[in-house]
Ligand binder design. Structure first.
Ligand code: S3P
Ligand code: PEP
Length: 449
């Protein structure tokens, strides 16, 4: 039973060709950051295209609780009157980040170098996720924290009264950890340095530069990604146009690839190389995707995708691509089930600490639907059914995980028998218009109660 909300079981049935345009909402990562950087700038930041999903709305509430003025002006249009770097005030109540790892970890970073105390919590999924990966580097700035065992939420963070700058090499490939350290470094004197062995999504770096921080990036002789941030800048308010979310676009794209006769147009999909690993992988599998009208939107390189049903083959995904498609492995494993041959996903252990253990959740659901898999701690291998087709016919557990729910619903659109998910309610955390958008393409997805 989820503590996210009342479970909403949903079912997807074999559908006719999917046709039309899938204009997915704003990018979740960029939406969180637009609110947080807006709150740390002096003056009014205007945001358009903000993702109004539960995760981002929780971050908006948190920014208000810390003293910023955050106002919804219209659909996706928000203004943030920031309090300036170092200007947050102690929240009067617990900050509840709901289902959002990004929200809680970035906000922990933002308050860690403020001389006050913040208590964080979240839903049943977030309370299981590891926070030590963020509280460990924040301790180097002088922040202290007390959480449940293994640093789980609820957790209280006592910010550093006299923060010191930090040099930190991230032990796991995580943009959330990198961003937490950089956000803490904003209110520390001197230079904060983050080094990552594998480069993760770079929205924090791009947006900090956009908001006027002094930040430089370089590749070290070992090939690592090194970021140097000068603390205590005055951030200048911005007009942020949030581009569409490539992680949400993955669902209509993958659905079109596996539902026979489909042709779907997906505008404005990020071509940022720290986010587009799924699309590279799909092309290697033989996907018929054309990348049209390349341009820049909201500071991100984007293209319009025209996607046609394709006969796909299994491939080995290079492990060094994992970070650039980390949220897309669940839906890739669905596509792999329909491909001819085996798809090997190695170097994916980070999937075990997402909203759910995504290797386990996908493995169990795929098996229940008649797909043979192999897994170990860091690997998921899917033996594609190809011409034999996917049986389906199971109810898959989603474990309060939006991407698991959407992935199995996509699977049901092309399986012989319907696929049910026990709880589709978490879809609202990242893709609140998923059902409407998929219905518009002709996908047979229904709620069961
Ligand atoms: O920084 C971000 O916006 C995100 C980073 C990734 O998490 P990790 O940093 O934990 O890999 C990703 O899974 C998440 O959906 C969003
Ligand atoms: C992992 C995800 O988000 P978060 O870590 O912000 O909860 C995701 O959206 O797939």
């Amino acid at each position: 039973m989820s503590s996210h909300g009342t479970p909403i079981p949903m079912t997807a049935r074999k559908s006719g060709p999917l046709k039309g345009t899938a204009a997915v909402p704003g990018d979740k990562s960029i939406s969180h950051r637009a609110l947080i950087f807006g709150a740390m700038a002096v003056g009014e930041t205007k945001i358009t295209g903000l993702l109004e999903g539960e995760d981002v709305l929780d971050t908006a509430k948190a920014m208000q609780a810390l003293g910023a003025d955050v106002v919804r002006e219209g659909a996706g249009e928000w203004t943030v009157h920031g309090v300036g770097v170092g200007g947050f005030t102690e929240p009067a109540d617990v900050i509840d980040c709901g289902n959002s790892g990004t929200g809680v970890r970035l906000i922990m970073g933002a308050v860690a170098t403020h001389d006050f105390c913040t208590t964080f919590t979240g839903d049943g999924s977030l309370r299981k996720r590891p926070m030590g990966r963020v509280t460990d580097p924040l301790a180097l700035f002088g922040a202290r924290s007390v959480g449940r065992s293994q640093g789980r939420l609820p957790l209280t963070l006592i910010g550093a009264a006299e923060p010191v700058p930090v040099e930190y090499e991230t032990p796991v490939p995580s943009a959330q950890v990198k961003s937490a350290v950089l956000l803490a470094g904003l209110n520390a004197p001197g230079q904060t340095v983050v080094i990552e062995k594998e480069m993760t999504r770079d929205h924090t770096e791009r947006m900090l530069v956009g908001f006027g921080a002094e930040l430089s990036t370089e590749t070290t002789p070992e090939g690592y990604h090194k970021i140097t941030l000068t603390g205590r800048p005055e951030l200048t308010p911005q007009e942020v146009a949030v581009p569409r979310d490539p992680s949400s676009a993955a669902f209509p794209v993958c659905a079109a690839l596996i539902v026979e006769g489909s042709e779907v147009f997906v505008p404005g999909v990020s071509q940022n190389t720290t986010r587009n690993g799924l699309y590279t992988t799909l092309v290697e599998m033989g996907a018929n995707i054309s990348f049209e009208n390349p341009r820049t939107e909201g500071g991100e390189p984007v293209a319009d995708l025209r996607v046609k049903y394709s006969k796909l083959k299994g491939i080995e995904v290079p492990p060094d691509r994992a970070a650039s498609m980390i949220d897309e492995f669940p839906v890739l494993s669905v596509v792999a089930a329909f491909a001819e041959g085996t798809t090997v996903m190695r170097g994916v252990k980070e999937l075990r600490v997402k909203e759910s253990d995504r290797i386990d959740a996908m493995a169990r659901g795929l098996e229940a639907c008649g797909v043979e898999i192999e897994e170990d701690h860091d690997t998921l291998i899917v033996h594609g059914r190809g011409a034999k087709g996917v049986k389906g016919g199971a109810t898959c557990a989603t474990h309060i995980d939006h991407r698991i729910a959407m992935s199995f619903l996509v699977m049901g659109l092309a399986s012989e028998q319907a696929v049910t998910v026990d709880d589709g309610s978490p879809i609202a955390t990242s893709f609140p218009v998923f059902e409407k958008l998929m219905a518009g393409l002709g996908a047979a997805i229904t709620r069961n109660n």
